[in-house]
Design a protein around this ligand. Structure first.
Ligand code: 6MZ
Length: 345
């Protein structure tokens, strides 16, 4: 089996994918058509061109955040939000992904409340006829105001109680240059006490003090973890803290290179994380914006760091231990182990 086929075939789990950042061009065109049929948009396709970066292009991280507005305009009614969810799940499944924790920030728009936003996604996950197992992580944006943060946290708790198998976690994301982690500790603590698992965007830009605070909070996982190793703007203290904590890291190779958080693939901190035996999972972040896929991220990882298929399959296997739906870990591990055995890996 060649590497491209292998990366497609190996059953994969996706633990870091923002819904609105994951919209493919084909999905966006379908959403646009739906809105046009309802007489709700007059946007040209050129508008969509700004959303997806060309392969090899890069922009500053701070310039990425305004791009999401393009997707948000397309998912501003329950119907298109549900479509976006269903089409995105299908694309992950077609790419060989067997489990996904999709994440999204509930929004209040002219056409839906925060609650309707969550409902639209939940109903789609409930009616999911694809074979991919899908759940939701509710996102909180670092730029949000107190009232919005509280509304979203309370809804995350309410929906976790109602659908514990579907709403599995809460996460903190958005522009890392805005807001302070400490500000979110009370709501995250409340969510944790209600049984939600927590993942944090951590060290996406250099802020060692915040990394310390985040690691000491002991989230179940962290995303990115760029500026932690001393070679990449971190320091020995926070690197040792991460090594000791063994908190799993959601690694987003193309996202980090495309946003210049990392100069290129070969100098990505994946190497340090992997060599230090820190638990990792390979993820896409925003497959729409960064024009990637989970199988492509696996291939890039294999080619850049010389990870052979056997090791690659075991990265996927170990990711099952970090998924938030604990009761699905065994089923998924068995599926990947089966693939490993069948292919003599
Ligand atoms: C931090 C990010 C992100 O929630 O509207 N998001 N936050 N760092 C990143 N690295 C590139 N990529 C995406 O999906 C889009 C939202 O996810 C967060 C941002 O808050 C963005 O608005 P949803 O589905």
């Amino acid at each position: 089996m060649d590497l491209v086929t292998f990366c497609h075939e190996v059953p994969k789990v996706e633990l870091h994918a923002h819904l609105n950042g994951s919209l493919s061009r084909s999905t966006m065109l379908q959403l646009q058509r739906c809105l046009a049929d309802l007489g709700m948009t007059d946007k040209s396709n050129a508008f969509l061109d700004e959303f997806q970066m060309s392969s090899g292009d890069s922009i500053n991280l701070s310039e990425v955040f305004p791009l999401f507005v393009i997707a948000h305009e397309l998912t501003s009614i329950p119907q298109t939000l549900a479509m976006a969810t269903a089409l995105t799940l299908q694309e992950f499944e077609d790419d060989g992904c067997c489990y996904i924790e999709l994440r999204s920030t509930p929004k209040e728009t002219l056409h839906m409340s925060y609650k309707q936003y969550i409902e639209a996604i939940i109903q789609t996950l409930k009616n999911n006829t694809a074979s991919i197992i899908a759940c939701l992580i509710i996102s909180i944006n670092r730029s949000s105001q107190q009232q919005e943060i509280e509304i979203i946290t309370d809804l995350a708790i309410e929906y976790h109680k109602k659908y514990p198998d579907l709403v599995v976690g809460i996460e903190l994301s958005g522009n890392p240059a805005v807001g302070k982690f400490q500000y979110f500790v009370p709501v995250l603590t409340k969510a944790r006490e209600a049984g939600l698992k927590i993942t944090l965007h951590c060290g996406e830009i250099c802020n060692p003090q915040e990394v310390i605070e985040m690691l000491k909070f002991k989230p179940e996982r962290i995303g990115h973890a760029v500026c932690i190793h001393p070679l990449y703007g971190g320091n020995d203290e926070i690197w040792q803290l991460l090594c000791k904590s063994q908190i799993p890291v959601e690694v987003c190779l193309t996202s980090n290179v495309s946003t210049k958080s990392t100069p290129d693939y070969s100098s990505h901190h994946f190497k340090e994380l992997y060599n230090a035996n820190i638990p990792i999972s390979i993820c896409t972040d925003d497959k729409g914006v960064f024009a990637t896929s989970l199988s492509q991220e696996y291939r890039i990882c294999a080619e850049t760091f010389g990870i052979d298929p056997s090791k690659l399959a075991r990265i996927s296997l170990r990711s099952c231990d970090y998924i938030f739906s604990e009761d699905k870990r065994k089923t998924l591990s068995d599926k990947i182990l089966n693939f490993i055995n069948k292919n003599g890996l």
